[in-house]
Design a protein around this ligand. Sequence first.
Ligand code: FAD
Length: 379
Amino acid sequence: MPDQLSDALWAVKETASEFLQKEIAPRTVQLREGASETKLAAEIRAASKAAGFFTKTQPEGFGGSPASVLELTVLRELWASANSPLTRHIFGPGPGLLHQAEGLLKTHYLDPQLAGDKRGAFGFTEPDNAARPTWAVLEGETLTITGQKSYVTGGERADFLSILVNVEDREGAKLGTAMVLVDREAEGVRQTASFVSMEGGGHAAFRFDAVQVPSWQMVGRLGEGMPRALANIGNVRLMIAAEAMGVSLWALEYLRDHLLAPHRSGAPLGDKEGVRLRYADLRIKVFAARSALYRAARWADAGQNSVNEVIAAKVFCTEVAGDVVDWAVQLVGGQALVVGHPLEALYRKVRSMRLVEGANDLLRLNLAKGNLELDKGVI
Ligand SMILES: Cc1cc2nc3c(=O)[nH]c(=O)nc-3n(C[C@H](O)[C@H](O)[C@H](O)COP(=O)(O)OP(=O)(O)OC[C@H]3O[C@@H](n4cnc5c(N)ncnc54)[C@H](O)[C@@H]3O)c2cc1C
C-alpha cells in the first residue's frame, strides 16, 4: 500500500484527488482568467462541506468530524501538490489556540471563529528593537497590556489578536506568561504597519498602549502562555512540513516533464547522466523527507510527546523543499526565473517556510536542548 496508509485513509486520499480534479482544477483556470476569488472560495467551501472535507479541522462539539493528524497531513500534502491558491479554502477554520476554550472565551471567540464570523491572528514575534517584550500588569480582574508585535499574519483583517505577554503584578513581580485575546478595535491597540512578504502573505505590526483586557480573555491559566503558544505552533509546524512536501511533489512532477521533453541539444535533458544525478538526489531527499513527515504524524497520533520529531520534520521538509525548487529552477533554466512562472512563485514560497513558525536554526537549538537537557526525542 503506498505510504503504508490504511485502506480507509487511502480511500479518503482518492476521494480528495477527485475533489481536486473536479472542484479545484477548473476554478484555478477561472481564477487565472480573472474570476473573483471571493466567489470561487464560497463555491469551494460549499463543495467541501458536501464532500465532508470542510469539518475535518473542526471539533466534534461544533459539529465537526476531526481527522487524525496523519489524515490531515496526507490531505494537506495533497492540497499543496495541486499548486493552486484555492486549496486554502477547502478546510474550515480550526480552533487553533482556542481548542479547549469554554465559557465566555467559547461564546465570544471560539464559536464565531469556527463559524467563520470572526477571524483571529497570532502575535508572537517582537520587533528587533523592542526595549522589553510585551507585558501585562494584572490588577484584580484586569490585564493592562503594553508592547509591540511585529509580524502578525492576517492582522489587518483580524477581529482579534492572540498575543503572548509576560504578566506581572502591580509591584513588577513576575507571574508568568499568558496568551491573551485582544480585540483589534480595543482602545490602545494601534496598527503601525501593513506589509506583504515575498511569498504573497499579508501581515501587520501592532502597538499596545496600556490596553485594558478582562482577565477571562486569557487562554488557559496564568503561566501557560508559552507552552500553549508552542503547542499551537507545533500543529502549524507539521502543517508547514506537509505543505513543503506537497510543493516538492508538484515541482518534481514539473521537472520530470521538462526532463522528458525535447531539448534544443537534440536529446531530452533527462538523457544526460549529470542531470540524472541531480534529479535522483532530489527524489532521494523527497522520499526521506516524506518518510520523516508521515512518521512524525503517526507519532503525534499515538499520543507521544512529538515536539522534537515535529521540529525535525519541519526543518528537514522545508529545507528539502528549498533544494527541490532551487534545482528545478536550475534545470528548467532561465524561463523558470521569469516573473509569473510557477517555479518563480514557488521559489519565493519555499524560502519563507524556513523562517515561519520558528527559524530553522532556532528549532535546531530547541531539538538539541530537548535531547541533551531533557532526554527527549527519538531518531
Ligand atoms: C511568512 C511569514 C509569516 C509569519 N507569520 C507570523 C505570525 O503570524 N505571527 C508571529 O508572531 N510571527 C510571524 N512570523 C515571524 C516569524 O515567526 C519570525 O520571522 C521568525 O520566528 C524569526 O524571528 P525574527 O524574524 O525576529 O528573526 P530573529 O529571531 O532575529 O532571527 C534571525 C536569524 O538569526 C539567527 N538566530 C537568531 N537567534 C539565534 C540563536 N540563538 N542561535 C543561532 N541563530 C540564531 C537565525 O538564523 C534566524 O533565522 C512570520 C514570518 C514569515 C516569514
